[in-house]
Design a protein around this ligand. Structure first.
Ligand code: FES
Length: 149
């Protein structure tokens, strides 16, 4: 099943150059992560070295080499957010979700990640949930926001 879906996606990119990121994004979108089978199949079909595929897949935060939960929560720990209380917000999110950064909840609902900057420092500290940005200095507010997911 997964292999059939992978084959269908990868087939569209055979004999095309400079398509690795686009291909990985499509696989990420389909499976919510980049399975090991995908890397093996891309290597065989597109003749791209496994090391290159891993390098790209681990560089871009939009891509994940581990299964992500239904909701992706990213807490910014960049300098601007950090000095405004980002560490406290991260601790609050970890306590609320019961997981540490880099983990997925056992029910598969949430994955928590940290990032170095979300590009909206003036709102800091910033938390991104499924692509929506929330800026708050109050840990209680982020707990309330998370309760809606
Ligand atoms: S440092 Fe947090 S958004 Fe830039």
């Amino acid at each position: 099943m997964i292999n059939d879906q992978l084959e269908k996606i990868i087939r569209k990119y055979v004999d095309k150059k400079g398509v690795l990121i686009q291909l990985l994004l499509e696989i990420q979108h389909e499976f919510n992560w980049i399975p090991k089978e995908a890397i093996i199949r891309i290597n065989k079909s597109l003749k791209i070295p496994v090391s290159e595929i891993y390098r790209v897949a681990s560089f871009y935060t939009a891509l994940s080499l581990k299964p992500r939960g239904k909701h992706l929560v990213r807490v910014c720990t960049g300098t601007a957010c950090y000095v405004r209380g980002g560490k406290r917000i991260l601790a609050s999110v970890e306590e609320t979700l019961g997981i540490k950064s880099g983990e997925t909840s056992s029910d598969g609902e949430f994955t928590l990640e940290t990032v170095n900057c979300l590009g909206c420092c003036a709102l800091g500290p910033v938390v991104e949930i499924d692509g929506r940005y929330f800026g708050t200095r109050t840990p209680g507010k982020i707990e309330e926001i998370l309760s809606h997911y």
